[in-house]
Design a protein around this ligand. Structure first.
Ligand code: NAP
Length: 514
């Protein structure tokens, strides 16, 4: 027992959230921490998603840390390799390498209520930590639907986030499953190589043009020499997106104008009226993530592309079989059978059923997944009832439909920093346990506001909603509002748990509100 390593904080994951947490801990003067990373390098979703065409649909000057501006972004919407390189540079610049433990997958975390610390079992051994900051991200565990016959498919199968770069798609007959943000970037990138591309579109997405361009040498020089120009650019990008929020959260009807633009975008490339109809969604724009692409529809208009307006229901030998009946997209597709060499799943991630939640056992001996069986719930997107000194970066209801997640992550880092300060002030061995009443009140407020949003009323089914139809993923307000809500830890929302004396067998709770 005594030999086990103990740290003040264990951060899990080294994507934007985990690296951001590490930078912030160091800035708070905390150096006794580790970053546990299951893979062999940092980067999170920007390491895992290396599919052809992968880029961020949020402008780079906003999709980066405010404390680590990058004057050298090459494009307005930079590609995956540049974002990944940016994160590697963050790890170097902020001297994080000595904290990062690569190839350390967290297998289980258990709260020890006597010692007030977390026991963490990793693939490389066990350790303990006073605080766990879980930054595993909602887009890290790929979701591949269970399709009858898939196991016997003789060709190649992979998920968009686990791209097999050794597999040559040239001259192959490829089935692409899904039409989400990943698929619409993949399709134009692989269409010129594939002999035949069959796209399974269960629900058509709304797609607007992506105004991507090279950032000129003059702009980059300006941002390097006069950093306030880069900040001004970021501020402008942020402000425009803040102004859009009320249409998503309070007045979805205002989004009708954007729908007209999206329809014009379809008409520009798709001349066949029947195909145009199949590609036009029947739900309000914004209900699912609005996608940005200027080459998706032109690719669909190519003669080697077939659009099956239906989901994939079965794999029969080397053929993919479309679901029968009427698809959401309307039109044909049901039951058709197509022989292919490869199947690529762009079918998203386990977002509302996070696998990491199965690996966290809290104060009552139950897992976070059990505690969240009726839906994810956290206090200010960070902490959970029954899980003392455990917090998430990008927790429940912290996602965004229209802006940069880095803004939300930085708000959560403020909260984490204040949490650590509060623990230091409390002194000794102490833990903060979110009060169920505070968690409940926060979530009621979030869910009440959710009723008016386009995500709830827009007439679609999306990964924003959980199995019970609750939106437990998105924040129903502006990023500015979330920043204000997470500036400080409100101690009345927590119970302070202490070990009063070294010999104390059990921890004692102190009601800070009294
Ligand atoms: P996704 O948005 O969850 O899309 C999954 C797609 O798979 C949907 O079109 C879904 O259809 C379809 N699907 C699921 N099961 C199917 C089946 N049996 N047959 C046919 N289709 C099926 O996943 P994603 O595209 O990977 O994107 C996830 C999130 O990652 C995005 O929303 C975004 O937040 C992020 N992302 C961001 C960027 C970026 O540029 N910043 C790029 C890629 C991804 P239904 O619509 O009918 O459910």
């Amino acid at each position: 027992m005594g030999q086990r390593e103990h740290v003040r904080v264990a951060v899990i994951g080294s994507g934007f959230g985990g690296l951001g947490a590490a930078v912030r801990l160091r800035r708070e003067g905390i150096t006794d921490f580790v970053v546990l990373e299951r893979a062999g390098s940092v980067g999170g979703t920007w390491r895992d998603n290396s599919y052809p065409g992968c880029a961020c649909d949020v402008p780079s000057h906003l999709y980066s840390f405010s404390f680590a501006p990058n004057p050298d972004w090459p494009r307005t919407f930079s590609g995956q390799e540049h974002i990944r390189a940016y994160l590697e540079r963050v790890a170097d610049t902020f001297r994080l390498r000595s904290h990062i433990r690569l190839d350390h997958e967290v297998l289980m975390m258990r709260w020890d209520g006597d010692e007030l610390r977390w026991e963490i079992e990793t693939s490389k051994g066990t350790m303990t930590a006073d605080v766990v900051v879980s930054a595993t991200g909602p887009l890290s565990d790929p979701k591949t639907p269970e399709i009858p016959g898939l196991a016997d498919f003789p060709g190649k199968v992979f998920h968009s986030s686990r791209w097999d770069h050794d597999y040559d798609l040239r001259g192959k007959r490829v089935a692409m499953i899904g039409t989400g943000a990943s698929a619409i970037q993949i399709v134009p990138a692989i269409q010129p190589q594939a002999a035949k591309l069959t796209l399974f579109q269960r629900t058509p997405p709304w797609v607007l043009p992506r105004m991507d361009r090279k950032i000129t040498g003059v702009e980059r020089w300006l941002h390097r020499q006069l950093p306030f120009t880069g900040s001004a650019r970021r501020g402008l990008l942020w402000g425009i997106r803040e102004l859009q929020v009320s249409a998503f959260t309070k007045r979805p009807n205002e989004l009708g104008l954007i729908e007209s633009l999206a329809k014009a975008n379809i008409a520009k490339s798709i001349k066949d009226p029947a195909l145009r109809a199949r590609l036009t969604p029947s739900y309000r724009i914004g209900c699912k993530r609005i996608l940005l692409s200027s080459d998706y529809y032109p690719a669909l208009a190519q003669p080697n592309v077939d659009i099956v307006a239906s989901g994939l229901s079965e794999v029969r030998g080397s053929s993919v079989v479309a679901a029968g009946g009427t698809s959401q997209a309307g039109g044909s597709g049901g039951g058709t059978e197509t022989e292919v060499d490869a199947i690529i799943f762009g079918t998203g991630f386990h977002v509302t059923d996070l696998p990491i939640a199965e690996r966290v056992v809290g104060a009552d001996g139950i897992t976070l997944a059990e505690s969240w069986k009726d839906g994810m719930q956290s206090l200010r997107g960070a902490t959970a009832a029954g899980f003392p000194n455990w917090m998430t970066i990008i927790g429940a209801n912290t996602g965004l439909g229209n802006s940069s997640m880095i803004l939300m992550i930085e708000s959560q880092l403020n909260y984490m920093a204040d949490y650590m300060r509060q623990l230091t002030v409390l002194g000794g061995r102490a833990a903060l346990a979110a009060r169920p009443s505070a968690v409940g009140a926060w979530n009621r407020r979030v869910q009440e506001r959710m009723e008016r949003t386009v995500w709830k009323s827009g007439g679609c089914n999306s990964w924003y909603l959980d199995a019970n139809g609750r939106n437990t993923t998105l924040w129903p307000g502006t990023t500015g509002e979330f920043r204000r809500e997470t500036r400080r830890v409100d101690l009345t929302e927590y119970e302070v748990v202490r070990v009063l004396a070294k010999s104390a067998a059990a921890a004692e709770s102190v009601d800070v509100a009294s």
